[in-house]
Design a protein around this ligand. Structure first.
Ligand SMILES: Cc1ncc(COP(=O)(O)O)c(C=O)c1O
Length: 366
């Protein structure tokens, strides 16, 4: 967010910017969603809804699981939330007590550990660096001092885009079930994969909390709408938390999001552009001197080891921005231990911007 403030200041001063720092699609919501939002503004009062969302949207989400994963869901156990961000807060509050230890991957999305710490949980960092193929595993869980109360994983992951094979996810889910560890599976990058599609933890563990969002594949970050699949025993606690903490998720976004499930064709065209950007980077980054990364299986990120150039990626990224206008996210956000040697770039934007950014970055390095 600080990089974002610097980018905004540069843009306001008329300086060039090549924004690869924020993890979001460059596109807006798909056309059917926009049409549904316009119709809702004209024909609806936009009042409060049920705390965990409107029935038609829950049913549409159940339909999405039947279509995508071939699994049946009870729509009444789907909770609609204010982005996946709210779903994590509800899941953490409902599933854990202050003092519980929850494991999160390192590198990983920073808000999990920050939210857990704010709620009084202890955070155990699960090393998932290059030696682990940038993925969590049962071996890493076995190496923890004790089974944690919870485990948060994301596949495809942020910042690396690496993805667990279905069998590896099944193994982790089975380990969690056997050790009384509540699995929270962040599936917000599902729909964005460049080989086999991602498996859902729901297929392997009915006590897992599955979290997903309209932000990434559905290209709706600012609409602040996501969902969670809740195990039976957590539904009522989360329903009460949601009603007390936020009343309900944004109604206009809920009404519009129903139409997201009519938009697969348009959204898959975005995926074609991401795939082209990814293919370009797999060659162009090494040619620019930035060849140390795991090829992303999904999402739209490359997490690059730049330790040959710096041991302070925060300052390095700030200099890169000042000198060239290229904005990337320093790894310290994602990994408090080794992140000073890494940066993350997002390739969800315009292909020509990406190409010029890599050219400038390479020239700067030379
Ligand atoms: C892995 C991961 N989980 C969750 C989120 C939160 O997204 P949202 O609240 O928009 O659904 C993000 C945002 O970038 C993310 O990268």
């Amino acid at each position: 967010m600080r990089v974002q403030a610097r980018v905004a200041a540069r843009a306001a001063a008329g300086l060039p910017v090549f924004p690869l720092h924020v993890g979001q699609p460059a596109t807006g919501a798909p056309a059917p969603v926009l049409a549904a939002a316009r119709a809702a503004l004209d024909g609806h009062t936009i009042g409060y809804t049920e705390a965990l969302g409107l029935a038609p949207l829950r049913e549409a989400i159940a339909g999405h699981y039947a279509r995508t994963y071939g699994i049946e869901l009870d729509p009444a156990r789907v909770g609609i939330t204010t982005g996946s961000s709210a779903a994590f807060q509800y899941a953490f509050l409902a599933a854990f007590e202050a003092g519980d230890t929850v494991a999160v991957t390192r590198p990983g999305y920073p808000a999990y550990r920050n939210a857990l710490l704010a709620l009084g949980c202890a955070v155990e960092l699960l090393p998932c660096g290059p030696e682990a193929g940038y993925l969590p595993s049962v071996a890493a869980l076995e190496a923890l001092p004790a089974p944690p109360a919870g485990l948060v994983i994301a596949s495809p992951g942020n910042p690396t885009g690496t993805m667990l094979a279905a069998a590896a996810l099944a193994e982790i889910a089975a380990w969690c079930a056997a050790h009384g560890t509540r699995l929270i599976s962040d599936e917000i990058y599902h729909g964005l994969s460049y080989g086999a599609p991602a498996a859902t933890a729901r297929q392997f563990d009915r006590s897992a909390v599955v979290v997903n969002s309209f932000s990434k594949y559905f290209s709706m970050t600012g609409w602040r709408i996501g969902w969670m699949l809740l195990p039976e025993e957590l539904y009522d606690p989360v329903d009460r938390l949601a009603g007390n903490l936020a009343l309900c998720p944004p109604t206009l976004s809920q009404l519009a999001a129903v139409a997201a499930f009519e938009s697969y064709e348009e959204l898959d065209r975005n995926l074609v552009r991401y795939a082209a950007n990814r293919a370009y980077l797999l060659d162009a980054l090494p040619a620019a001197g930035l060849g140390s990364f795991a090829p992303p299986d999904g999402a739209f990120y490359v997490y690059i080891d730049v330790s040959a150039y710096t041991d302070d990626s925060l300052t390095w990224a700030a200099r890169l921005l000042d000198d060239t206008g290229v904005a990337v996210a320093p790894g310290v956000d994602f990994d408090p231990v080794d992140g000073r040697g890494y940066v993350r770039l997002c390739f969800a934007g315009d292909s020509s911007v990406l190409r010029e950014a890599v050219d400038r970055w390479g020239a700067w390095l030379r």
